[in-house]
Design a protein around this ligand. Structure first.
Ligand SMILES: [Zn+2]
Length: 308
């Protein structure tokens, strides 16, 4: 059962140095979620061989162009490709106006239902929940309202012990995985503990898009397997980071350390950095298990962390 994130764009406001604006694709047990949708995202999705029709939900962090200017193009392509599955869009309330205006002036009547849900911008607020995942908000601090998203996998079923699988009739396997004892046809009862092992712990991923440092997020992020956090600048530009309400690599790493996350992934690199390894070097001093998001790479979020 997959839980993987693909980084489609790792650049800041200006697309430069082969880096695209922000977008990430999350695959949670084959349900696809898109986080942010900068210009060019649909091409990036095609390059990653993602079927646009399978994207179930889009989460937009804030209304700066490098995080959403690709959304109308994506919606338009979904329409032209004959999508009929509903698309759910979560984001700032203003985003709805932008979508509606563009559909109206182009005389477009979408072939699929588009449901829009404004965020509340409150850490811990529930965004959505289904049988595979629960999504909650993270209130970030930026020049405009910016919201991060925390994805927690739903508890997984217990694992059947290989040597005992044969005694469990097919019809009973689901119930046994959910913890029930097994009633055999001859009336004997086999306790669940003899048939199953504890499930793999649920996995979690946090997406902290554009933000100044927000130390109060630590309790909400406590123990997440993978934290993506923007790191637009190094500490030598801490003044610029403060002015533009972005974070430095050190600030991102400090939060990762305080929240005791499994691994930190940095992104949203300023176009001034040709070589982004300076950001990594700064972060690992405060939080060693840090990686840099690389364009187009997929990372498996797992029990033992992340393999690139
Ligand atoms: Zn921004």
């Amino acid at each position: 059962m997959r839980f993987a994130v693909t980084t489609l764009g790792t650049g800041a406001a200006l697309p430069a140095r082969g880096r695209y604006p922000s977008a990430q694709l999350l695959n949670i047990r084959e349900r696809l979620f898109l986080m942010d949708c900068g210009e060019g995202t649909q091409e990036r999705l095609r390059m990653a061989q993602v079927n646009l029709g399978r994207i179930a939900r889009v989460f937009i962090s804030h209304m700066h162009g490098d995080h959403y200017l690709g959304l109308m193009g994506l919606i338009s392509s979904m329409h032209l490709l004959g999508r009929n599955m509903a698309l759910h869009v979560h984001g700032p309330a203003e985003l709805r106006e932008v979508i509606e205006l563009q559909l109206r002036v182009s005389g477009t009547y979408l072939r699929f239902p588009l449901h829009f849900y404004p965020v509340q911008h409150t850490s811990g607020a529930l965004v959505m929940k289904d049988d595979r995942v629960e999504v909650t908000e993270l209130a970030l601090k930026h020049r405009v309202q910016s919201t991060g998203f925390l994805f927690r996998e739903a508890p997984r079923p217990r694992k059947l012990i290989k040597e005992r699988v044969d005694i469990i009739p097919h019809y009973a396997r689901r119930a046994v995985k959910l913890g029930e004892d097994l009633l055999l046809p001859d009336g004997r009862i086999v306790p669940n503990a003899e048939l199953t092992e504890p499930p793999t712990p649920p996995r979690s991923y946090a997406y902290c898009s554009d933000t100044a440092q927000v130390p109060d997020l630590a309790p909400f992020l406590h123990g997440v397997d993978l934290l993506y956090h923007e790191a637009t600048f190094t500490e030598s530009l801490a003044g610029r980071a403060k002015e533009t309400m972005h974070s430095t690599a050190k600030q991102a790493a400090t939060l990762a350390r305080d929240a005791q996350v499994g691994q930190l992934m940095l992104g949203h690199f300023s176009s001034r950095y040709k070589d982004v390894s300076v950001l990594l070097a700064e972060a690992v001093e405060y939080f060693p298990n840090t990686i840099l998001a690389r364009e187009g790479d997929t990372y498996e979020v797992g029990e033992t962390g992340v393999q690139g």
